[in-house]
Design a protein around this ligand. Sequence first.
Ligand code: ACO
Length: 189
Amino acid sequence: MEFAFDVRGVLPDAVTRVSRDQLPGLRNNQSRDERSQQLATIVHKLGAASSKAQGLRVAVTTYQKLMASSHTLYLLRDDGELPVVVGLLKVGRKKLFLQDLLGVQRETEPMCVLDFYIHETRQRAGLGRRLFQTMLDIEGLKAAELAIDRPSTKFLSFLRKHYGLHLHVKQGNNFVVFSQFFQNFSRPN
Ligand code: ACO
């Protein structure tokens, strides 16, 4: 996605991490307001495209929601002839009651994948993997440790292909975890 301003000013890295507590640094001559406005424009456009791609009426990711939460957003920039923003990935911890493979309910607070999107023109080219793996490396997590909020068919296929995750444990809520998720829990007596 293209913008009327140079996105490298507000997204200094190929994958930039954004949260309420960690906004990207200011460029020379750039005011805090200008930076926030540009970031809000990027998040608004990507968030709207993601919700459209998932058939959702309301955007899961907006700048306002991000600033009002403890969630973390990863934005993927691509520098072709013109630097563009090609994807987003939003994660955050949530308290969840999850049933393990034996049907035992566990109180957990896993990192959850809340929104994931790569621009339609750039899907199936490895960019999703790049963004997702960067998030895992920065957060110090393995894919199997995540809970996924209403994964799409494409996302399930992505996790199967890149991370060998296929056996998911059905939950009463909208979240999906994989069988390996429960390996760190002790067995019930
Ligand atoms: N149909 C089926 N599987 C797909 C598709 C598709 N159209 N697109 C990607 N995949 C899966 C496949 O496993 C594919 O491997 P293959 O091409 O060998 O079949 C693999 O992803 C490709 O990996 P990447 O290129 O690294 O992934 P990509 O850049 O396409 O990003 C993503 C994956 C984010 C799921 C992207 O396809 C997308 O934005 N889809 C639309 C939005 C969406 O469904 N987001 C997830 C919603 S759920 C949530 O956010 C919690």
